[in-house]
Design a protein around this ligand. Structure first.
Ligand SMILES: Cc1ncc(C[n+]2csc(CCOP(=O)(O)OP(=O)(O)O)c2C)c(N)n1
Ligand code: SF4
Ligand SMILES: [Mg+2]
Length: 337
C-alpha cells in the first residue's frame, strides 16, 4: 500500500465520520492470549488503530502486558515496550522527552510520533497515580496515557483495586455468611480527579469500547491536542466480572445506560458529556443499575438492600453532583446538611 494511504491515519487525526470511514489497517493483531470476550484487548486494538502506524506504545504490567506478549509472540505491529507496574506516567514522559531531545539534536528525523502509555486500574488508578499526575503537569511533552479499567488487579487473579465497584466479589473480598459485603468503598473517580487537578493537561476523556467509533475519536482528539492527555476506558472482563463472554458488549452499553460510567470529555476546562450520557443529561431516563449488576456473577450475592444502596449512590452522582458524573461535590443548600 502506498505511503500516502497513511497520511490521514497518522498525524492528521481527523475524527472518523462513522464506522465505514474507519481505516482498515490493524496494528494490534493476532498472537495474544487474552480471555475470550476480553474488552481490554479490544481497547488496545482500537486505541492503536486510531493512532496509526507512527506510534510507540508503552504498557505497564497487567493482563495487557502478560497476555499480550507471551514468550516469542506479540500482537503489536508498532514498537512496544513493557514498563513497571506503577510507571506508565514515567514511561510516557521519558519517551516523549527522549524523542524530543533526539529530534532537537538532529539524531532523528523531526516528525510527529504518537506516544501512548497504557496502564490497568491497579497500575494507574492506584500504584502509578503519582507518576501519571507528574506527567500531566508537563505540557511541553506530547503523550497519551490510557487507563484500561477492568476493575481489578486481573492478571494476578482478580484482587480488588481502588477502581473495583462497591460490594464486588474479588479474591480479596469474597462474600461470606457472617459478612456479605466485604468491599465497602465506592469506586475512585480517577478521570474526574485528574481533570480537576491538572491545569496543564488540556484533555481528559472517559470512553467505552462498546461505542467504538466514539472511543477511537477520543484517542485521535487527545493525540491531536497534544501535551500530556489522559483517557479512562471502562472494560468489561469476563473472568473478573464473572459473566458469559458474549455479554461484554452489552455490559459496556449497560454501564453507560444505567449511569454507572458516564462518558464525558474535559477540553481546556470545558466539560462535554457525549453519546448516551449526553442523552441522560438532557433528560433520557437511566436504566436501573440492577440490569447491569445482576448480569455479573461478582454481584450475585447482592440482596435488594445492596441493590438499593448502589442505585442511591449512582442517583447521587446524577442528582447532586456539581457536574453530573464528573465533579463529586455539591453546594450546601440552606436548611440541608
Ligand atoms: C511493583 C509490582 N507489584 C506487584 C506486581 C504483580 N502484578 C503484576 S500484574 C498485577 C496486576 C495489575 O493490575 P492492573 O494494573 O489493574 O492490570 P490488569 O492485570 O487488571 O490488567 C500485579 C499486582 C508487579 N508486577 N509489580
Ligand atoms: S482476566 Fe479480564 S482483562 Fe485479563 S485477559 Fe481475561 S478478560 Fe481480559
Ligand atoms: Mg485491572
Amino acid at each position: 500500500m502506498a505511503d500516502t494511504a497513511f497520511t490521514n491515519a497518522t498525524q492528521i487525526l481527523e475524527p472518523f465520520k462513522g464506522v465505514k470511514k474507519v481505516t482498515i489497517e490493524e496494528y494490534f493483531t493476532s498472537g495474544h492470549r487474552t480471555c475470550q470476550g476480553c474488552e481490554s484487548a479490544l481497547v488496545m486494538k482500537l486505541m492503536v488503530k486510531a493512532a496509526g502506524p507512527r506510534t510507540i506504545v508503552l504498557g505497564s504490567t497487567g493482563c495487557m502486558y502478560v497476555a499480550n506478549t507471551t514468550y516469542y509472540t506479540t500482537p503489536w505491529v508498532v514498537p512496544w515496550m513493557h514498563t513497571q507496574l506503577g510507571s506508565s506516567g514515567s514511561a510516557a514522559l521519558g519517551t516523549s522527552a527522549g524523542l524530543k531531545a533526539l529530534m532537537r539534536k538532529g539524531k532523528m528525523k523531526s516528525e510527529p510520533i504518537n506516544v501512548i502509555a497504557f496502564c490497568g486500574d491497579g497500575g494507574g488508578a492506584d500504584m502509578g497515580l503519582g507518576a501519571i499526575s507528574a506527567t500531566l503537569t508537563h505540557k511541553e511533552y506530547n503523550s497519551l496515557i490510557l487507563l484500561y479499567d477492568n476493575e481489578s488487579y486481573a492478571n494476578t487473579d482478580i484482587q480488588l483495586s481502588g477502581s473495583t465497584p462497591y460490594g464486588a466479589n474479588t479474591t480479596f473480598s469474597p462474600p461470606g455468611s457472617v459478612k456479605r459485603i466485604i468491599h465497602t468503598r465506592w469506586k475512585k473517580n480517577t478521570a474526574g480527579m485528574l481533570a480537576a487537578g491538572h491545569p496543564e493537561c488540556r484533555y481528559v476523556a472517559t470512553v467505552d469500547a462498546s461505542y467504538a467509533v466514539e472511543m477511537m475519536n477520543k484517542v485521535r482528539k487527545a493525540l491531536t491536542i497534544g501535551g500530556p492527555t489522559f483517557i479512562h476506558s471502562l472494560d468489561p472482563c469476563p473472568k473478573g466480572w464473572d459473566y458469559d463472554p458474549m455479554l461484554s458488549h452489552e455490559l459496556g452499553e449497560l454501564a453507560v445506560e444505567t449511569g454507572v460510567f458516564p462518558l464525558y470529555e474535559v477540553e481546556d476546562g470545558v466539560v462535554r458529556h457525549y453519546g448516551k450520557t449526553k442523552a441522560i443529561v438532557e433528560g433520557r431516563p437511566r436504566k436501573p443499575v440492577r440490569e447491569y449488576l445482576l448480569k455479573q456473577g461478582r454481584f450475585a450475592h447482592f440482596t435488594e438492600e445492596d441493590l438499593e444502596y448502589f442505585q442511591a449512590k449512582v442517583d447521587e452522582m446524577w442528582d447532586k453532583w456539581e457536574i453530573p458524573g464528573v465533579i463529586p461535590f455539591w453546594k450546601e443548600r440552606p436548611g440541608t446538611k
